[in-house]
Design a protein around this ligand. Structure first.
Ligand SMILES: [Zn+2]
Length: 541
């Protein structure tokens, strides 16, 4: 079925809560596994229905944030979801207390119980008002960014539309684009500071209401982390500083030389990888989708069927249009057993990543579409990002189809970018640990923390007054995850480490895959550094 034909209908909140209460009572009363199982499967159906409607509202809202109907619907869901959580919690408690847990675990795996125990630690009806305010505030942030209308040269641009100019090979034009964008953020900084300050305090309150020493522990539980801790992340962080920062630093030193710029680089110069311009996809949006079709057709029969369905049913909205929310994501519409991809094509190599990265998520979700329980269709985020980031590397043999003459540039840029991303991503995570450890910090103090971390994780960046906002060390405010999904970001770094191991394996060298083992990051770095230094850059500098 085409995405546009999928029917959205707001459910009655009272009906939903009554259904959930009835199911929970029936589960409690079940005297045989068969009966309990039947109720469990009915609850699965209800979850699918709720998730489908909430997702349709959310997707259609992000496609046009000016649409008043879906704006109202998203508001409804922002309020409904926290309320429904109370009923979901009653269900979860009943499942955990069920005498048939062993039978359930034997049929559907024990993971749902492990996760349920974690989930119970994230909620109490006492924090419903905070959860609702949190939703409103993150939506306010998203809308503020989507509303940006930035004058540049002779036009007016959204943040997403402006970003190609931030990679322009013309030094003056590129710098002007960074200044225009930074100027917009700077002009909106009081609002950005206010939203984040409220979010930090809200989250700290939630943590304390639930009996924790602030937000961090709750944040880990909310991310569903069932196999690693803050201490593991600290170990990873140390390995990043020891092994990756020097490699990334050497990449930028060589870049400065290629560009004829002095080191450290300004934000505008760090964005230009080759003097002759960054790799660009060959052709239009349709050409990229056609190249994607060829890639998935040739990769395997499963990927071929999957991608053709995505195209036929219009399950990808990729053009950057006015009123559309920024960024890109992939989600699932469970009643229809399909994923959906949202993106903002802008003529850069990012467009190809939509077809490789986001479709990597979509493919994993589609392969998992029959999985029970529903919550395991998507694993936790670091697992999900392994699917997407590895798919990016699997597409290397098809780089010529996506990039034409720029394919050679792309391979270098992709590997270098994967390496330089990890210090940045780790810094985003480190920053949040400091923020939630000291929720009483003022906005100015938070900016100072970010600026200090820049010196540790990104020593190649020049901090001076040339570009408002960025050069003042305040660029974290453009990273939406910091606002909307605390502690999410490290998942990308862990996944990138594993994806780099896939890259190494694809270069026909197999090594064990645990991102927390410092030796793993070390060996991946060594291999990647050798590859980059031996890469033939003649003709593409
Ligand atoms: Zn992703």
């Amino acid at each position: 079925m085409k995405f546009s034909e999928m029917i959205y209908q707001r459910p009655e909140l009272e009906t939903l809560t009554a259904e959930m209460t009835a199911l929970t009572a029936r589960l409690k009363d079940a005297d045989r596994y068969e009966t309990a199982r039947e109720v469990f499967l009915e609850k699965e159906k209800l979850d699918k229905r709720v998730q489908t409607q909430a997702t349709l509202a959310e997707v259609r809202h992000t496609i046009d944030t000016r649409d008043a109907f879906y704006d109202e619907e998203v508001k409804f869901w922002n309020n409904a979801m926290p309320e429904l959580q109370e009923y979901a919690q009653a269900w979860t408690k009943t499942m955990l207390a069920s005498p048939f847990r062993k039978d359930f675990a034997a049929e559907y795996g024990d993971l749902m119980f492990v996760n349920a125990e974690i989930q119970l630690k994230t909620f109490s009806p006492e924090i419903i008002p905070e959860l609702q305010q949190e939703n409103d505030l993150t939506q306010e942030y998203e809308k503020l960014l989507a509303s940006a209308q930035i004058p540049f040269e002779n036009g007016v641009y959204t943040l997403s539309q402006l970003s190609p100019f931030k990679n322009d090979p013309d030094d003056g034009r590129r710098l002007a684009a960074w200044q225009a964008e930074g100027g917009w953020y700077k002009a909106n900084q009081p609002k950005l500071d206010e939203i984040y300050d409220k979010l930090v305090r809200l989250r700290d309150t939630m943590g304390r209401k639930l009996g924790y020493d602030g937000y961090t522990e709750l944040g880990y539980y909310r991310m569903g982390r069932n196999c690693y801790t803050k201490e593991d992340v600290e170990k990873f962080r140390a390995a990043v500083v020891e092994y990756l920062v020097p490699v990334a630093d050497s990449i930028y030193k060589e870049q400065a030389e290629r560009l004829g710029k002095s080191y450290p680089l300004s934000f505008a110069d760090a964005a230009l990888e080759f003097r002759s311009g960054n790799p660009k996809p060959a052709g239009s949006a349709d050409d990229i989708l056609a190249a994607g079709k060829k890639f998935y057709d040739e990769l395997s029969p499963e990927t071929s069927r999957f991608f053709r369905m995505m195209l036929d049913d219009k399950l990808m909205d990729v053009l950057s249009t006015e009123g559309k929310a920024g960024g890109g994501y992939c989600t699932s519409i469970p009643d229809y057993d399909v994923p959906f991809i949202f993106a903002n094509f802008n003529g850069t190599q990012h467009d190809v990543e939509v077809v490789t990265h986001e479709a990597g998520h979509a493919f994993a979700a589609w392969m998992n579409r029959d999985r029970i329980p529903l919550e395991t269709v998507w694993p936790s985020m670091e697992g999900c990002e392994v699917h997407s980031m590895s798919m990016e590397f699997m597409a290397w043999p098809w780089a010529e189809d996506f990039f034409g003459v720029d394919a050679r540039k792309f391979r270098y840029s992709h590997l270098a970018g994967a390496l330089t991303f990890i210090p940045y991503g780790t810094m985003v995570d480190h920053f949040q640990h400091v923020v939630y450890e000291k929720p009483e910090m003022t906005p100015a103090e938070r900016h100072a923390v970010w600026k200090e971390l820049l010196g540790v994780y990104m020593p190649w960046m020049k901090l001076d007054g040339e570009i408002p906002f960025y050069a003042e060390g305040e660029g974290w405010q453009r990273q939406s995850h910091i606002y909307s999904s605390p502690f999410y970001y490290i998942d990308y770094c862990l996944a990138q480490t594993v994806a780099l191991q896939f890259w190494a394996m694809l270069q026909s060298d197999r090594s064990a895959a645990c991102p927390f083992d410092p030796q793993c990051l070390r060996s991946v770095c060594r291999k990647a550094k050798t590859w980059l230094s031996e890469y033939d850059l003649s003709g593409i500098r």
